[in-house]
Structures are given as C-alpha cells and as structure tokens.
Design a protein around this ligand. Structure first.
Ligand SMILES: C[S@@+](CC[C@H](N)C(=O)[O-])C[C@H]1O[C@@H](n2cnc3c(N)ncnc32)[C@H](O)[C@@H]1O
Length: 166
C-alpha cells in the first residue's frame, strides 16, 4: 500500500471501488451496465475512419465497452479497480469468444507505457474522485494516448471529449 506525503497509508485505490465490487456481484445491479452506450457505438465509424486500433476501456466495470470495441475488431484492453467487475468482464469475454486483456488497476497509476493506445474511453469513471484526482486521471490518459497516428486522439472521459495536443 502506498503512503501519502504526510506518511499516512493510503487505501490501495482512493475511490469507491469497494462499493462497485458489491454492485458488480449482484446480477440486478449489473443488468443496467451490460449494453454499450449509444454514444460509444456512434463513435466507431469515426474511429475506424482514423485507423484506430488499440483501445483502452479505463474503469471498464463489467466490460461493456471493451467487449463492444473488441467485437468491432479493435484490440481492446479493460482496467478497473474492482476485481469483481474484471472477473465478470473476463467471463463475458470467454462466453462471447473474444480476446480482450482485462486487469485490475488503479486509474491513477496505469501500468501501460506512454503512447500505447489510439483511443481511451473512461465512461462515468473520472467523477469517482475530487478535482485533483480527475486531473491526475486525465494526465494518465494523455500519457498513454498515442500522438501522431491520428489527427487528434480522443478520450471520452465522463462524457466529455479530450483532444490530445499533437
Ligand atoms: C459507474 S461505473 C462505470 C463502469 C463502466 N465505465 C461502464 O460505463 O459500464 C464506475 C467504475 O469505475 C471504477 N473505479 C472507481 N475507482 C477506480 C479507480 N481508482 N481505478 C479504476 N477504476 C475505478 C469502479 O470500480 C466502477 O467499475
């Protein structure tokens, strides 16, 4: 476990993932989070037009957007602080015969090298922290986005679009 600058131990993840563990365990709670949002479906044509290939679904929950992107031919990766969410996402991946990498990971400390992805989606995720946390997540998103391969790489973050500077 990390320590804060004041020496007090931090929880492993500074946000509400325990509550999400509880919710992802419950089939009724999961039911509303299984279909990809229409906005994300609508983006696929544009992503393909831009030759995007590698997509990260940050705070993926039970994986609905990673599953959707993989079914559309993208190389999808999903991360979430909730191990229960990741477990569900992996089961759905197997059931649907897809190949997706899912890992338990804090959105403040992504393990991926710089410039790993053409597209990052964090849908209803960044608001789990305060303003400082949101800025730190956006820094991580900027870091893992790949510049140059697209005219402007997009990250859909809590329903806002962030355009990486070239
Ligand atoms: C409202 S749910 C959205 C799930 C998914 N994006 C979707 O739209 O289906 C928020 C997700 O953020 C995850 N989360 C909260 N804090 C996190 C953190 N520090 N790092 C990674 N994920 C986190 C929760 O575990 C939960 O799965």
């Amino acid at each position: 476990m990390r320590s804060s600058p004041g020496g007090q131990p931090d929880r492993a993840f500074p946000t509400a993932h325990e509550d999400w563990d509880r919710r992802w365990r419950d089939p009724d709670e999961r039911a509303g989070w299984e279909e990809p949002d229409q906005h994300v479906q609508d983006l696929v044509t544009e992503l393909k037009r831009r030759s995007a290939k590698d997509a990260l679904n940050l705070g993926c929950g039970v994986g609905r957007h990673a599953l959707f992107l993989a079914s559309e031919g993208f190389d999808a990766t999903g991360t979430d602080a909730s191990s229960l969410g990741i477990e569900q996402a992996r089961s759905s991946t197997l059931r649907r015969g897809l190949a997706i990498t899912f890992q338990v990971e804090d959105f403040l400390d992504l393990s991926f090298p710089d410039r790993s992805f053409d597209y990052v989606i964090a849908w209803n995720v960044v608001y789990h922290g305060d303003g400082t946390i949101a800025r730190r997540v956006l820094d991580q998103v900027r870091r893992v986005l790949r510049p140059g391969s697209l005219p402007g790489n997009d990250a859909l973050v809590a329903q806002h679009r962030l355009r990486r500077r070239q």
